[in-house]
Write a protein that binds this ligand. Structure first.
Ligand SMILES: [Zn+2]
Length: 230
């Protein structure tokens, strides 16, 4: 009875406030979730010959901590992807994170990429408190649903800083960044791990996470991101 009442209320709300696309604000049809298919289709996709992909991959692979890079979309300012990811990070639309993850999972299946665990980049404690969820973890959950690779969310942790970063020199800050993560899990030994991020820009965060996992004995690190940004 309660269920029936709830679906009646949902239908009524949809009638009064019809669901619209978070990016283009067009009315959504039944079965379309937060983003219309036209918006998804219009986002530029990463190809393996794309200069931005090649440059980012070189940057990540040069130190030997990251072994491979797989990304789906190109992050363009004012583009559809920016609006979609904005809804995920700042408007609480968590379903979008899961959907991006499912798309990434399909791409990994297509490429035949396999790993022992999916590890999302941990969010700052303060940000996690503000947002209530880690968007990279939602993406990782979406990937896991499609690929059946297990989640290893607690394999990596952020170090707490007692000193404020702003009084430090650039060099000191860089060193801090390099050691901002640690891994105490013995489960990563000899394992292939997929590190999941929403957007890779400089790659320094993913590098330091990969470094921490390698230090703990991980064999191979595949960096996977929803998007690449310049
Ligand atoms: Zn749209």
């Amino acid at each position: 009875m309660l269920k029936l009442f709830r679906s009646f209320i949902d239908a009524l709300l949809d009638f009064v406030y019809p669901p619209t696309c978070v990016s283009c604000e067009r009315l959504l049809r039944r079965g379309q979730d937060h983003v219309c298919p036209e918006c998804w289709a219009s986002i530029r996709q990463v190809s393996t010959g794309l200069p931005l992909y090649l440059e980012t991959r070189d940057k990540l692979l040069v130190t030997g901590t990251v072994d491979e890079l797989v990304s789906l979309y190109v992050f363009e300012k004012e583009g559809h992807f920016q609006k979609i990811v904005h809804s995920l990070k700042y408007s609480g639309v968590q379903a979008v994170g899961l959907e991006i993850g499912r798309q990434l999972g399909a791409l990994l299946n297509e490429k035949g990429v396999w790993a022992d665990a999916l590890v999302p980049i941990p969010l700052h404690k303060r940000k996690l408190r503000e947002r209530g969820y880690n968007q990279s973890e939602l993406i990782a959950r979406g990937i896991s649903g499609v690929t059946h690779i297990p989640l290893g969310s607690d394999m990596i942790r952020r170090k707490k800083f007692t000193q404020t970063q702003t009084t430090l020199s650039l060099e000191e800050r860089r060193n801090n960044m390099e050691e901002a993560f640690f891994c105490e899990s013995s489960e990563v030994r000899e394992k292939t791990v997929i590190l999941v991020d929403d957007i890779i820009t400089t790659g320094s965060t993913i590098q330091s996470c990969a470094g921490a996992l390698k230090k703990a004995g991980a064999l191979r690190i595949i960096a996977v991101s929803a998007a690449l940004a310049e």
